[in-house]
Design a protein around this ligand. Structure first.
Ligand code: PEP
Ligand code: MN
Length: 354
């Protein structure tokens, strides 16, 4: 699609002269809605007479990296306030003194579901000691089966608030219904929009309007453009504090729960101003794969992690197969520290753990 738009630009003499797309709009905000930037002047000066691949008689456009980037920007034209307007532009989301997207690699960890006071408190204390900055835990659970545990609801929110009180960790929890947004926002520091809800625009509106930061999970069948469109929706409702989360997408591969799209992380970091975190737990569906995926997220430039941890994963009420034990979480965090350092990100692993 981007290529189509670009070739239309190349084909039209008017476009060549004015740098506009076929609709006549000023084209592209490649690092600058305001500035029709260099890549467009390069496109304008393309004369079609460049190199020919062996065996082909017709000219092929030679695209520089910047021009390819220009094509991407056209593809994401629905998300102007989410795209960078300068290469180093970034939104830092502040939550209880933690800067997400601000240079520290921020780990959010905890159980898939809030089950009992003991389960949550033990987990909160252990993940905090290992360097997590945010406690995750679902009180409202989107379950594939209507017979599965649906979450503790309000009781779960209260337990999360008590765990925050005890540990100082910020809280992220999912909101599933627009009507629940004000209630969840009373207890949570960050509202999670789950994969199944990414395109529930009424929910996005209600969540955005609470003023709480939004952790927006990529839908399991959503493209990067779809994710950015939903993020734009939240920003358009007056809430710029959106954290994007890659959590694996559905592909033909069935050996893992989902396919971890590391390319999306790299790409989002390049084009979007918002923080990007990775959820290796839902991507992999198996705890043994989680630490390596977490390392790849650091290497890809992610701003943090969302990871499932449980005191006794085999007894978990949801997602036990992909939840780390405390010992596995400690080991993962210690292992991640040098990777963060190599990348130049601060890791929040205490000296005693690393
Ligand atoms: C979760 O984080 O527990 C969850 C349900 O995630 P997702 O929406 O990515 O499936
Ligand atoms: Mn889960």
């Amino acid at each position: 699609m981007a290529e189509e738009i670009q070739s239309r630009q190349l084909d039209s003499p008017e476009a060549r002269a004015h740098g506009s797309d076929s609709s006549g709009r000023a084209s592209g905000h490649a690092f600058g809605r305001g500035g029709v930037s260099q890549e467009h002047s390069e496109i304008q000066s393309f004369d079609g007479g460049g190199a020919r691949p062996p065996g082909l008689g017709s000219p092929v456009p030679q695209r520089s990296g910047a021009q390819v980037g220009g094509g991407w920007i056209e593809q994401f034209a629905d998300a102007p306030d989410v795209l960078k307007s300068a290469p180093d532009q970034k939104t830092v989301v502040w939550v209880r003194g933690v800067a997400i997207g601000g240079g520290e690699f921020v780990t959010m960890a905890g159980p898939c579901s809030v089950e009992t006071e003991r389960q949550l408190m033990e987990t909160a204390e252990r993940v905090a000691a290992a360097g997590a900055r945010v406690l995750r835990g679902g009180a409202f659970k989107p379950r594939s089966s209507p017979y599965a545990f649906q979450g503790l609801g309000l009781e779960g929110l209260k337990l999360l608030a008590a765990a925050r009180e005890a540990t100082g960790l910020a809280i992220v929890t999912e909101v599933m219904a627009a009507a629940d947004a004000p209630l969840v926002a009373e207890y949570a520091d960050i509202l999670q929009i789950g994969s199944r809800s990414m395109e529930n625009y009424a929910l996005l509106e209600a969540a955005a309007k609470t003023g709480r930061p939004i952790l927006l999970k990529r839908g399991m069948v959503a493209t990067v453009a779809d994710l950015l469109r939903s993020a734009q929706c939240v920003v358009s409702y007056g809430n710029p504090n959106v954290i994007l989360c890659e959590r694996g997408i559905r592909t033909f591969e069935t050996a893992t729960r989902n396919t971890f799209d590391v390319t999306a992380i790299v790409m989002l970091k390049e084009i979007a101003r918002l923080p990007v975190i990775a959820d290796p737990s839902h991507a992999a569906g198996r705890r043994s794969l989680v630490p390596a995926l977490a390392r790849s997220a650091v290497a890809a430039g992610a701003d943090g992690l969302l990871v499932e941890v449980h005191p006794h994963p085999d007894e978990a009420w949801s997602d036990g197969e992909q939840s780390l034990t405390f010992a596995e979480f400690d080991a993962m965090m210690a292992e991640l520290a040098p990777w963060c350092e190599l990348r130049g990100a601060r890791s929040c692993v205490p000296e005693t753990v690393a």
